[in-house]
Design a protein around this ligand. Structure first.
Ligand SMILES: [Zn+2]
Length: 312
C-alpha cells in the first residue's frame, strides 16, 4: 500500500514538473518508467544466529544489491549476549546491536536483532512463527541462512528455523495475522567447511571486488567480535595502547580480505560458469551460495535475474 501511494505521489509530482516545463516529455517518460520500475526491486532477507554472522557471509552481495536500489535486511536471531570473554548480558547485547547497526549504515541495509539469548536458541514453533512473519513482512524474493550442519548450536537451529519457514511462508493459515507469500522465495545457504553429512556445494559465486572495501569497513566496526576476539578472545588481543589497537585492526582486516579471497579460489569453477573463464580468472574476492531444496527452485536464468551483477 505504501509503495503504491509513494508511486502515485511521484507520478503526480512528475506531471506537475512536466507541465511547468521542468522536464521534457522524453525525460518525463524516462523518469516515470524508472519510478514504476522501483516496484520491481528485489527484496532480500538474511538470517544469522549472532550479530556478525550475516555481515561475514553476505555483506558483499548486500552492498552490490543496495548499489542497484534493491532492499536488503539482516536479522540476527539471537542477541549475542554471551559472545565475549570479558562481558555478558544486557550491556553486551546492546553493544553488539549498536555494532551491526553501524555495519548496516555502511552497507545501506536494514538490520534487526531478535531478543533471544545467545547459546539458547531452539527450533520451537514460536521461533518458526517469528521467522515466518519476518520473511512475509519483508516480502522476500530471496532468503539466506546457514546450513543446519554447523559446530554452533545457534547456527544449526537458525538453519533449521529457516528451513522450517521455507514452506510455511506460503501457507495462509499458519500465522494468519501476516498474509502468506504467493510466490515462495528462493532460499540460499551460506558457505561453511563442514563435510559431514554433506559438504557445502555452491550454485552461485559472485565477485565482490567492487565492494570489498565496504565489506571490510562493515566488519571493521564489529570490534567486540573481531578485534577483541568475541567469546574466545583474551585481554592481550586488543590492548589499550592505540598503536597496538591499530595493528590488531589491520591484522583483522587483512584476515578478512584473505578469507574472501579463499572463497574466490575455492569456488573458481563456479565463478567461471557465471562470468566466463577470462573474467572469472581475474576475480579476487567472492561470496558463494547454495540453493536450498525446500524453497522455490530457480533455473539459471532466474538466478541471473536475482543476482543482476554478472554483466557489470
Ligand atoms: Zn555465529
Amino acid at each position: 500500500m505504501k509503495h503504491f501511494q509513494f508511486r502515485a505521489l511521484t507520478a503526480t509530482w512528475l506531471r506537475v514538473a512536466a507541465m511547468a516545463g521542468l522536464l521534457s516529455l522524453t525525460a518525463f517518460s524516462a523518469v516515470a518508467a524508472a519510478a514504476v520500475k522501483d516496484n520491481t526491486k528485489l527484496r532480500i532477507i538474511c538470517f544469522g544466529a549472532h550479530p556478525d554472522d550475516c555481515e561475514l557471509q553476505a555483506s558483499g552481495v548486500a552492498a552490490l544489491w543496495t548499489a542497484k536500489g534493491h532492499k536488503v535486511k539482516f536479522v540476527s536471531v539471537t542477541n549475542g549476549d554471551i559472545g565475549h570473554w570479558r562481558e555478558a548480558g544486557g550491556p553486551l547485547a546492546l553493544r553488539r546491536k549498536a555494532e551491526v547497526e553501524a555495519a548496516a549504515r555502511i552497507l545501506g541495509i536494514e538490520t534487526e536483532v531478535l531478543d533471544i539469548h545467545d547459546g539458547e536458541l531452539l527450533p520451537t514453533v514460536e521461533n518458526r512463527r517469528t521467522l515466518t512473519r519476518l520473511i512475509r513482512e519483508w516480502k522476500a524474493d530471496i532468503v539466506m541462512g546457514p546450513r543446519p550442519n554447523d559446530y554452533h548450536p545457534d547456527h544449526r537451529y537458525t538453519g533449521v528455523l529457516v528451513q522450517d519457514a521455507a514452506y510455511m511462508v506460503t501457507v495462509p493459515f499458519f500465522c494468519p495475522d501476516v498474509p502468506a507469500l504467493k510466490d515462495n522465495p528462493v532460499f540460499l545457504y551460506y558457505p561453511d567447511s563442514f563435510q559431514k553429512p554433506n559438504p557445502f556445494q555452491p550454485d552461485i559465486a559472485v565477485s565482490i571486488d567492487s565492494v570489498i572495501e565496504k565489506k571490510l569497513d562493515a566488519l571493521g566496526v564489529i570490534v567486540s567480535q573481531f578485534d577483541e576476539g568475541g567469546a574466545n578472545g583474551t585481554a592481550d588481543l586488543f590492548p589499550a595502547d592505540p598503536e597496538k589497537q591499530k595493528q590488531r585492526h589491520k591484522q583483522v582486516r587483512d584476515g578478512f580480505a584473505r578469507r574472501n579471497q579463499s572463497v574466490a579460489d575455492r569456488f573458481r569453477v563456479r565463478l567461471e560458469e557465471w562470468y566466463g573463464k577470462e573474467r572469472a580468472g581475474k576475480v579476487k574476492y567472492a561470496e558463494a551460495f547454495e540453493i536450498c531444496e525446500y524453497g522455490r527452485r530457480p533455473d539459471k536464468a532466474e538466478m541471473a535475474r536475482l543476482f543482476p551483477f554478472f554483466g557489470d
